[in-house]
Design a protein. Structure first.
Length: 191
């Protein structure tokens, strides 16, 4: 007897649009929230959410079912987020050099704008901007494990499956991320 997930995957592989709609309804919030936790920009999170489901639709036939479907979707989401962040960093570097060589006196300081995460209350928005700006500075693996654990509330075992690393490695990454954030954010929480 096939599980519900296996049945859904089978229908997806047959191109069943109703199954794709079910998949989208099941995972859209998780994908969007994860993307929001990485990208800190509503438009980017929405774009990545769309890209993730397009990728899932195009690649479902290659899904080997060695892990849960949700784990595979988280992997795709993280990959899409990291790809976008790398592209943006490259564009920022290029823009900085263009500004520098054109001797433009524009403010070259990076500004953290338009951050909105669906789980953040309006009165906490300013602190959230600061927090996510610092999270964004973490090394990729620390950021991935931290966001999946603290924002998406995944357990260590599921994070290890998503990232393809051991549970102790996940524990270590989260510990290092928390330690680094604690040091950087200490001044904001003293008052």
């Amino acid at each position: 007897m096939k599980t519900d997930e296996s049945g859904l995957i089978e229908k997806l592989r047959l191109g069943d649009e109703k199954a794709f709609r079910i998949l989208f309804d099941l995972y859209k919030i998780n994908v969007y929230n994860t993307a929001s936790g990485f990208l800190t920009n509503v438009n980017d999170a929405e774009d990545v959410t769309q890209e993730v489901f397009i990728q899932v639709f195009k690649s479902i036939e290659h899904f080997k079912e060695n892990s849960k479907l949700s784990t595979w979707i988280y992997r795709i989401t993280i990959t899409k987020c990291l790809d976008l962040l790398r592209k943006k960093k490259t564009k920022k570097r290029f823009a900085f050099f263009v500004d520098f060589f054109e001797n433009d006196e524009k403010d070259k300081e990076e500004v953290f704008v338009n951050y909105e995460h669906p789980g953040i209350q309006t009165d906490k928005l300013e602190l959230s901007k600061i927090l996510f700006k610092e999270i964004d500075k973490l090394p990729d693996n620390q950021r991935i494990s931290f966001v999946l654990n603290k924002v998406e509330k995944l357990g260590y075992q599921e994070i290890s499956e998503v990232m393809g690393i051991s549970v102790p490695a996940v524990e270590s990454l989260i510990f290092r991320a928390k330690s680094g954030l604690k040091k950087r954010l200490e001044k904001y929480y003293k008052s």
